[in-house]
Design a protein around this ligand. Structure first.
Ligand SMILES: C[S@@+](CC[C@H](N)C(=O)[O-])C[C@H]1O[C@@H](n2cnc3c(N)ncnc32)[C@H](O)[C@@H]1O
Length: 250
């Protein structure tokens, strides 16, 4: 006999399925509905561990750049942040704002949102934030250094940045970055526009005005990837997490 789903679950599933853009993150909307499956949920749980986001954000203001469906924004609110602002451009323009707004409604969240490109971010437009979160965005950008300058201008204490990093066979200690005109050319959407060596990140964040730059996680299988890069004559990449500080620890 078919197990009938309760009407509330069925109705919510329909709403989740009818957003104009796809869901990126595993958000538990209640009534038995999670927006992505267990494999994605495991990936996000691992990312969250590696990012070392402060467990207690009470009294802090947080800016989430490239928030998409708001997974991390809602998490910052859950951790006690007094104000969270989510910003995004591309995904929201494609209809991803539907996902964010549905999740916000279901979670009865007070997270604020503003459609904004990080290239246009400024203290005048959004103010300053204790913590700025910038995950999975740097490698999409046309002007990464401009973005880091803008981010520095709105960060009071801590920037948490997660990105793909470049692993060349040699010269990894040079501040280098790739350029693929990926996000600018929708025919090749799988191409990430630019990813930097760890040395580039260190230099760029320091140059943008951060006093302390600490790598919390560097790419896994580093030496294996370097070897692959050497024998295939093609640089490799891997995720990294960096905390950059303006003032004392959060
Ligand atoms: C790979 S997703 C990362 C989403 C989420 N931050 C995470 O880490 O899971 C990249 C996000 O960055 C946004 N994005 C890309 N370029 C942007 C820009 N110039 N300004 C603001 N957001 C941007 C995209 O719309 C998308 O939501």
């Amino acid at each position: 006999m078919d197990q009938q789903e309760p009407p509330k679950t069925e109705e919510l599933k329909q709403r989740v399925g009818s957003t104009r853009y796809f869901w990126h993150s595993p958000i538990d909307l209640g009534d038995g509905v999670v927006t992505r499956g267990p494999r994605v949920a495991r990936r996000f749980a691992r990312r969250m561990r590696l990012m070392q986001i402060p467990a207690n954000l009470s009294g802090k203001t947080v800016l989430d750049i490239g928030a998409w469906d708001g997974f991390f924004s809602f998490e910052f609110e859950r951790r006690g942040a007094k104000r969270v602002l989510a910003i995004d451009s591309f995904a929201w323009d494609q209809g991803g704002i539907d996902c964010f707004l549905l999740a916000k409604e279901r979670l009865k969240s007070n997270v604020e949102h503003q459609r904004m490109d990080v290239h246009e971010l400024s203290r005048e437009s959004v103010g300053e934030f204790d913590v700025v979160f910038f995950a999975g965005v740097l490698y999409h950008l046309r002007h990464p250094m401009l973005a880091l300058d803008n981010i520095s201008a709105v960060t009071r204490e801590l920037l948490i940045c997660e990105t793909h990093a470049l692993i060349p066979a040699v010269h990894a200690k040079w501040p280098m970055m790739t350029f693929f005109p990926g996000d600018e050319h929708t025919k090749r959407p799988w191409r990430l526009c630019g990813y930097p060596t760890l040395a580039w990140l260190q230099e760029a964040l320091t140059h943008a005005g951060f006093a302390e730059v600490e790598f919390k996680y560097t790419p896994s299988f580093y030496w294996y990837k370097k070897f692959l890069a050497l024998i295939t004559n093609t640089p490799r990449s891997g995720r990294c997490v960096v905390h950059a500080r303006k003032a004392g620890p959060v």
